[in-house]
Design a binder for this molecule. Structure first.
Ligand SMILES: NC(=O)c1ccc[n+]([C@@H]2O[C@H](COP(=O)([O-])OP(=O)(O)OC[C@H]3O[C@@H](n4cnc5c(N)ncnc54)[C@H](OP(=O)(O)O)[C@@H]3O)[C@@H](O)[C@H]2O)c1
Length: 378
C-alpha cells in the first residue's frame, strides 16, 4: 500500500484525492492545504514537517503550484527519501537540472507526466520512444486556452477580447491570462518535453516566445482568405548536438491536422527515426484528465518504474539561428530591417523572406510597436 502526503487540494489536488479514494492500492494519509475542508478521511495539516517526518509516507504529491513553497517542500521531501509526483510545470521547467540531479543523489524518483500534456500520456510516450529510437523533433499545440481563443476567432469570427472574456467565464482562462496568451505556460511544457526527449537541460530564458495577445479579427480574415489557420505552436528540434526551441503563432494549411484541432484540445507529437511522426490528441488540462495522469505516475512508481528523465542532462544553449521561415508581420512601425527582408505584402502586413527564428524574435523584442503581431508561415 502506497502512503501519500498530498500537498494542495485545488482543481487537480481535489481530483487526485477523489481518484485515490476509489482505489485499494494507495492511500492519502495527509493532506497539506490552507483551508479546512470537511469530511476528509486523510489527516489535514498545515505542518509539512509532519509529512516528511512520518516514515510511513513513501510519496509526496505536490499540487500546490508556483515556486514557493513548492520547491522547498519538494526538495525537503526528496532529502527525506520520499518519491515525488507533481504537475508543477513551472517548478520542473525552471529547476529541471537541480531536481533531476537531486533525485539521483537521494535515490528517489520524480515523475511529472501531468506537467506537460495534462491528461495526455505524452512524457511517458517520449520516454518509451527513447528506449528504442531517437527523437529528432517535438512540436504541437500545447495550450488549450489559446487554442480555444484562436479556434473561436477563426470559426465564429469574434474579436480577441470578447473570446478571452468568454474563455474566462468558461473557466478555460485565468483572471490574469498572461501565462497562457503570452506563451509562458507553453514555454514551460516545451522545456520539460524537450529536456526529456533530448536528454538536455535548456535555459528557460533562451526560448523565443511570441504569444497571441495582439492577434485581431482582421489578421484572421486575411489568413482564412489564403486557406491558412493561425495556431500557437511550440517547436523544438535536435540538429546534431544543437537544439532549437521556440513558441510562435504559426500559419498552417487548412487541411493540416493542427487546423482541425478545435476548442481547448491539444495536439502534440514527435518525429523519430524509426517510429516516424507520432501525434497525441486530447485534453491538455482540466481536473480529471490531469488527476488521471498523476495517478498513472503513482502506479508507475508503485510498480518500480524508473524515472523517465535521462540520468545525465547536457546543459545546452538554444540554437534558434538554425530554424527559419517566412513571417507575416503586422506593424505600424516598419523599419529598414523589416523592409529589407520584405518579399510581399498582404494588405497592411509584411511577408518576409525566410528569416531565422532568432533574428525575427530579436527584432520583435526591440520593436516600439505595442500592437505588433507576427506569425511564422509553414
Ligand atoms: N488545472 C489544470 O488543469 C492543470 C493542468 C496541468 C498542470 N497543472 C498544475 O497543477 C498544479 C496545481 O494546479 P491547480 O489548477 O490545481 O491549482 P489550484 O486550483 O490553485 O490549487 C492549488 C492548491 O494548493 C493550495 N496551496 C497553495 N499554497 C499552499 C501552501 N503553502 N500550503 C498548502 N496548500 C497550498 C491552494 O490553496 P488556496 O486555494 O487556499 O490558496 C489550492 O488549494 C499547478 O502546478 C499547475 O500548473 C494544472
Amino acid at each position: 500500500m502506497m502512503n501519500i502526503g498530498l500537498l494542495g487540494l485545488g482543481t487537480v489536488g481535489g481530483g487526485v484525492y477523489e481518484l485515490i479514494n476509489q482505489r485499494e492500492d494507495m492511500n492519502v494519509k495527509y493532506v497539506c492545504c490552507l483551508e479546512e475542508p470537511q469530511g476528509m478521511r486523510a489527516i489535514l495539516t498545515r505542518d509539512f514537517n509532519r509529512i516528511i517526518n512520518d516514515p510511513e509516507i513513501d510519496t509526496v504529491v505536490e499540487l500546490m503550484g508556483g515556486m514557493n513553497p513548492a520547491k522547498d517542500y519538494v526538495v525537503r521531501a526528496m532529502r527525506a527519501g520520499k518519491n515525488i509526483v507533481t504537475a508543477n510545470k513551472l517548478l520542473i521547467a525552471e529547476c529541471y537540472e537541480e531536481l533531476t540531479q537531486l533525485a539521483i543523489e537521494c535515490g528517489v524518483i520524480v515523475r511529472c507526466t501531468a506537467a506537460a500534456g495534462g491528461g495526455i500520456p505524452w512524457l511517458t510516450a517520449i520516454a518509451r520512444c527513447n528506449r528504442v529510437d531517437k527523437i529528432s523533433a517535438i512540436y504541437g499545440i500545447m495550450n488549450g486556452t489559446t487554442n480555444f481563443i484562436l479556434d473561436m476567432m477563426h470559426r465564429k469570427k469574434v474579436e480577441f477580447d470578447a473570446i478571452l472574456r468568454q474563455a474566462q467565464q468558461l473557466g478555460y482562462a485565468e483572471r490574469d491570462p498572461s501565462a497562457d496568451v503570452d506563451g509562458h505556460d507553453i514555454r514551460n511544457k516545451l522545456i520539460i518535453s524537450a529536456n526529456v526527449a533530448f536528454g538536455v537541460s535548456m535555459p528557460p530564458s533562451e526560448v523565443d516566445v511570441f504569444g497571441i495577445r495582439n492577434i485581431r479579427q482582421a489578421d484572421v480574415a486575411t489568413f482564412l482568405s489564403k486557406g491558412l489557420y493561425c495556431k500557437l505552436l511550440a517547436s523544438s528540434q535536435r540538429m546534431g548536438g544543437k537544439v532549437t526551441a521556440y513558441i510562435e503563432p504559426t500559419l498552417v494549411p487548412g487541411e493540416s491536422p493542427e487546423a482541425a484541432v478545435h476548442e481547448n484540445f491539444n495536439l502534440i507529437g514527435y518525429d523519430a527515426r524509426f517510429a516516424g511522426r507520432q501525434s497525441f490528441y486530447g485534453q491538455g488540462a482540466g481536473r480529471y484528465p490531469t488527476a488521471y495522469n498523476v495517478v498513472e505516475d503513482l502506479l508507475d512508481l508503485n510498480q518500480g518504474e524508473a524515472s523517465f528523465y535521462a540520468d545525465k542532462a547536457d546543459q545546452i544553449h538554444i540554437s534558434n539561428e538554425l530554424a527559419a521561415s517566412s513571417y507575416y508581420v503586422r506593424t505600424s512601425k516598419p523599419d529598414a530591417w523589416l523592409q529589407e527582408r520584405t518579399a510581399a505584402r498582404w494588405g497592411e502586413a509584411y511577408i518576409t523572406k525566410p528569416v531565422t527564428v532568432k533574428a525575427m524574435h530579436a527584432w520583435a523584442r526591440q520593436s516600439a510597436d505595442p500592437e505588433l503581431f507576427l506569425a511564422a508561415i509553414r
